[in-house]
Structures are given as C-alpha cells and as structure tokens.
Design a protein around this ligand. Structure first.
Ligand SMILES: *[C@@H]1O[C@H](CO)[C@@H](O)[C@H](O)[C@H]1NC(C)=O
Length: 312
C-alpha cells in the first residue's frame, strides 16, 4: 500500500508567500535584491579571507565558513521562491522537495553550530587573551568545523529519511515558500508522531543547547569586561557583542519559536514571516554584522583593492 501511494505522489504545490497580486512585482524585486546582496556580501567575505594572509586565523576561518554556509542556506530556498513567484503553477517534484529539505536542514544546522564555535572563539579571546593561541589552535578549529559537518549531515539525513517514510496525498498544497519540515508533516496522511518526537528531541539538542552556549559565552564576555580597564573597551565590546547577539537571537528565536513551540493559533502569515527572518534576513545580515565593525576586514579590503589597482 505504501509503495502504491508513493508512486502516486509526484509533486507538491508550493503556495509561496501570501502576497497580494498588486504587490507581487515589488516583492519579486525585493527578494531578488536581497538574494543578490546575500550572495555578494558573503562571497566578498570568503574571497577577502582567502586572499589576505593576515586573516588566516581561526576567527576568520570560522567567519568564512559561516559565510559559506549562509551562501548555500539562502540558495536552497531563495532561487526557487523567486522563480515560483513568476510561474503559474508553482510546483515542486516530490524528490526535489525532499532534497530541498535535506539541504535546508544541513546548512541551517551548520549555521547554528558555527555560531556557537564563533561565540566560543570570542569568549576565549576576551576572557583568556593570554592563552588564546594555545586554546584556539588551527587544529581545534578544523575539529570544530568537521564535527559541525558530521553532526549536521547526520541530523539532516535522519529527518529526511523519516520524512521519506511519510505518505502524502497527490498534489498536496504546501502553504509555505519552501519544503518546510513542519509544513510537510501537517500534510502527511500517515502517523507522524515519531517524526514530531524526533524533531522535538533533536531540535532541543541542535538548537537549544547551542543557543544556551552562545548566551553563556556572551554573558561571560560581558561580565569579564566590567573588570576591564577603560570605558572605551566596554563600549566597544558591548556594541560588538550586542550586534552579534541580535542576529543570533533573531535566528534562534524564530527557529525555536517555529519548531519547538509551535502553537495552533499561529497563522500561516505569521509563520511565513518568521521563516523569512531566519531563511532570508539572517544570512543577508550576517556578513554585515560580523564584519562591519571589523577594522581588520576593512583593512584587508583596502589592501586587496590596492593590489588589484597596482597589478592593472
Ligand atoms: C572552514 O574552516 C576550516 C578549518 O579552519 C578551513 O580549513 C576552511 O578553509 C574553511 N572553509 C571555508 C570555506 O572558509
């Protein structure tokens, strides 16, 4: 019976965003611009960090990995969203939907782990400046990145395999702009209690623990700078940590709100807007937030541009 149902289902319809037709063009242009900004901003960071030997340190290595992950994270959903806004029948094949879900989870989790690694890096740098180079060695950095990849691949695969086991009706309409796990589960016509349990348990491990670790690192940073010497350093650390914490909260707040505390009275519009925040807005903001106040990155940009000018 399962086999028959699965062969029946060939595609889903992605409803997309609840936008009134007269604003369709406006939003199309807006999303296209946001996507291009995300790609360019993150690529600039990766290229700068690769080109400038001064930036070959654990902190920038992690930042470059975060940009890499942001680049792919937004590329999983945005091109399809923009394309579907223009098409009459916004469908997605069943296999495409599961693939999208896999990569969405992969890069979303990767982002979550990398944010923790970066918070830990800042924590060590500010609280143990003398031991920083021995604690945050390139070896540890590679270990953190590899561990993040392994965990995230396993987690994404687990959810995708569980989802592949669910049965769906033909031409199910997904009231979302991408193949979101929780939106898909609501459509499943088979029992999804195991899926929900797994989401809850692994979500707790993959999201809540990293979020708490980040909060603890920044809390330690803040408490340590009060012992520090000058008011200026306090101001600087506050503004840096504040901007980091605001994107981190935006990311984890919306993800945790959507997956771990789903409430029945959440309207589709509200859920879509929340999903927009972490799929579109945070990958776009990350490169700016993590590099705007960064003198070294600006210096690197200057050096790279000058070198180019000389070589022309
Ligand atoms: C990610 O981090 C690892 C370990 O530090 C580094 O070797 C690698 O080049 C980074 N990848 C990117 C895309 O920056």
């Amino acid at each position: 019976m399962k086999g028959r149902n699965q062969t029946l289902l060939s595609e889903f319809l992605l409803l997309g965003l609840p936008i009134q037709p007269e604003y369709e063009h406006l939003f199309y242009a807006l999303f296209l611009a946001m996507y291009i900004t995300t790609i360019l901003g993150n690529m600039l960071i990766i290229v700068l960090i690769q080109l400038d030997p001064n930036l070959h340190t654990p902190m920038y290595s992690l930042l470059s990995n975060l940009s890499f992950s942001d680049l792919y994270f937004s590329s999983v959903t945005m091109p399809k969203l923009v394309k579907n806004m223009q098409s009459q029948v916004p469908s997605i094949p069943y296999a495409g939907c599961l693939t999208q879900m896999y990569f969405f989870l992969l890069f979303g989790d990767l982002e979550s782990f990398l944010l923790v690694a970066m918070a830990y890096d800042r924590y060590v740098a500010i609280c143990f400046p003398l031991h920083y180079t021995s604690i945050m060695s390139p070896k540890l950095c590679v270990c953190l990145v590899v561990l993040s990849w392994v965990l995230t691949m396993f987690h994404a695969l687990l959810h995708t395999l569980l989802m592949a086991d669910c049965l769906f009706f033909q031409n199910s309409v997904i009231p979302h702009f991408f193949c979101d796990m929780s939106a898909l589960l609501k459509l499943a016509c088979s029992d999804t209690s195991i899926n929900e349990l797994v989401i809850f348990v692994t979500g707790g491990i993959i999201l809540v623990i990293p979020f708490l670790l980040i909060i603890v690192s920044y809390a330690r940073i803040v408490s340590s700078i009060f012992k520090g010497p000058s008011a200026q350093s306090i101001h600087k650390t506050f503004s840096t940590c504040g901007s980091h914490l605001s994107v981190v909260s935006l990311f984890y707040g919306t993800v945790i709100g959507l997956y771990l505390c789903p409430s029945a009275n959440n309207s589709t519009v509200k859920e879509t807007v929340m999903a927009m925040m972490y799929t579109v807005v945070t990958p776009m903001l990350n490169p700016f937030i993590y590099s705007l106040r960064n003198r070294e990155l600006k210096g690197a940009l200057g050096r790279v541009l000058c070198k180019k000018k000389i070589s022309f």
